[in-house]
Design a protein around this ligand. Structure first.
Ligand SMILES: Cc1ncc(COP(=O)(O)O)c(C=O)c1O
Length: 367
C-alpha cells in the first residue's frame, strides 16, 4: 500500500508460468447451491466421497486425539504405519504417509524430478497430475486415453524417453472409472526401463470388483513400482486428509525426507487408526456403492450407450460438447456433478435416494 492507501501497480512476485496452469477445481458447495435454488438441501455427487459418514469409532478417536492438539503429532507416524504394515503385509519402512495421497503424488515428483524431467500419464486422468508436475518444474507428457476411455499402456510405454522419471498409472482411472488388467500391466511393467518409477495410483482400489484388475501391492517385488492409497474414499476420511504410499525402502525414505514436516496431523493419525479397525463395515459400505454404481451405469446407458464400465465409486458420461450443459441442468435440479468441458461428466455414486435424484435430473436433461 502507498501512503495514500492505494495499491501500487502489480509487481510480478510469483512465477509467470503459473498463469497458464489450470487451478484444481473442488466440487461446488451444496449449501451454496441450495441457497441459490431456495431448496432445503442440494446433493453433491462431485468429489468421489462415500456418503455414509465416518466409520464407527472415528469421531470418538479424533475427539480424544484433539485433547493433545497443543503438542506436535508423531512425525514418524509410527502407530499408523505399523497398523498399515500389518493389515497389508508390507514392511513399515516401505510406507510413507501424507496429507492425502495427493500430497504423496507431489512428494514423489519432487523426490524424483529435476526441471525438464518428464512425468508421463494418461489423459484424461486425475486433474492434480498436471498441476503437480508443472509446479515441480517437470514436464508433463500426456498420452490420450484409448477409445474405451482407459489407459493405452502400449502407447504409454512407447512414449517413454530418456527424460522420463515417473509414470502415473491411475487404476481405476479418475474420472473415467476404467481399470487396467493384470496381463496388460505385466506387459507394461516389463517394457518400462528399471530407472523409471511407476506409480500405481489406487485411490479407488476398494471398489474394484473385476478379479482381473490386479492389486498394485502384488507388484512390490519390482523395485521401480510405488503404490498410492488413500483413506479418503472407501475409508471415509476425506476431510481428515490421510494418504499412504508403499515403495521400496529407499524411495519411501526419500518421500519422508521431502514431505512437509508434521503434515500427518494427530487427528488424522488417530482417525485413520480407528477406521482401520472397521474393515468389515468399510467393505459393507463399498458393496452398497458398487451395487448402486452398476445400477446407475445401466440406467445411464439408455441415454448414453458408451458409458464405460466403472471399477470406482463414480461413473463417467462421455458427453463431449454437451458436458457443461448437462452439469448445469443437473445443478438446476439440485444435483451437483462434475463436468469436464468438451469431454464428459463424472458422477459420484451416492445413497440410493441421491442416485435416484440424479437419474431423474439426467433423464430430464437428456430427453
Ligand atoms: C486418482 C486419485 N488419486 C489421488 C487422489 C487424492 O486423494 P486424497 O488426497 O484425498 O488422498 C484422488 C482424489 O480425488 C484421486 O482421484
Amino acid at each position: 500500500m502507498t501512503d495514500s492507501g492505494r495499491h501500487q501497480p502489480a509487481l510480478r512476485l510469483t512465477r509467470v508460468d503459473l498463469d497458464a496452469l489450470p487451478s484444481y477445481v473442488p466440487g461446488r458447495s451444496p449449501a451454496d447451491l441450495a441457497r441459490e435454488l431456495g431448496l432445503p438441501e442440494a446433493i453433491k455427487l462431485a468429489s468421489n466421497e462415500v456418503p455414509y459418514g465416518p466409520l464407527p469409532g472415528v469421531v470418538e478417536a479424533v475427539t480424544e486425539a484433539i485433547t493433545t492438539s497443543h503438542r506436535y503429532p508423531d512425525m514418524g507416524v509410527v502407530a499408523l504405519r505399523d497398523a498399515l504394515a500389518q493389515r497389508y503385509g508390507v514392511d513399515a519402512d516401505r510406507i510413507a504417509t501424507g496429507c492425502g495421497s495427493v500430497a504423496l503424488a507431489e512428494h514423489l515428483v519432487r523426490a524424483t524430478c529435476l526441471p525438464g524431467d518428464e512425468v508421463l500419464y494418461s489423459w484424461r486422468s486425475f486433474e492434480a497430475y498436471p498441476i503437480i508436475v508443472a509446479t515441480s518444474g517437470a514436464t508433463s507428457v500426456r498420452v490420450p486415453n484409448d477409445a474405451g476411455h482407459g489407459h493405452d499402456l502400449a502407447a504409454m510405454a512407447a512414449a517413454v524417453t530418456d527424460r522420463t522419471r515417473v509414470i502415473f498409472v491411475c487404476n481405476p482411472n479418475n474420472p473415467t472409472g476404467t481399470a487396467v488388467r493384470r496381463a496388460e500391466l505385466d506387459r507394461f511393467l516389463d517394457a518400462v526401463p528399471d530407472d523409471v518409477l511407476v506409480v500405481i495410483d489406487e485411490a479407488y482400489r476398494e471398489f474394484v470388483t473385476d478379479p482381473e484388475v490386479p492389486d498394485g501391492l502384488d507388484y512390490l517385488d519390482r523395485p521401480n513400482v510405488a503404490v498410492l492409497r488413500t483413506l479418503s474414499k472407501a475409508w471415509g476420511l476425506a476431510g481428515l486428509r490421510m494418504g499412504w504410499l508403499v515403495a521400496q525402502p529407499v524411495v519411501a525414505a526419500a518421500i519422508r525426507k521431502v514431505a512437509t514436516p508434521f503434515s500427518s496431523s494427530t487427528a488424522a493419525q488417530a482417525g485413520a487408526l480407528a477406521a482401520l479397525t472397521q474393515a468389515a463395515e468399510m467393505e459393507r459400505r463399498c458393496a452398497l456403492v458398487v451395487a448402486e454404481r452398476d445400477r446407475v451405469t445401466e440406467a445411464m446407458r439408455k441415454f448414453v450407450p458408451e458409458v464405460p464400465t466403472s471399477q470406482a465409486n463414480f461413473v463417467w458420461l462421455p458427453l463431449a460438447e454437451r458436458a457443461v450443459a448437462f452439469g448445469k441442468a443437473c445443478e438446476s435440479r439440485g444435483v451437483i456433478v462434475r463436468p469436464f468441458a468438451g469431454d464428459g461428466v463424472r458422477v459420484t455414486i451416492g445413497t440410493p435416494a441421491e442416485n435416484d435424484a440424479f437419474l431423474a435430473a439426467a433423464e430430464a436433461a437428456l430427453t
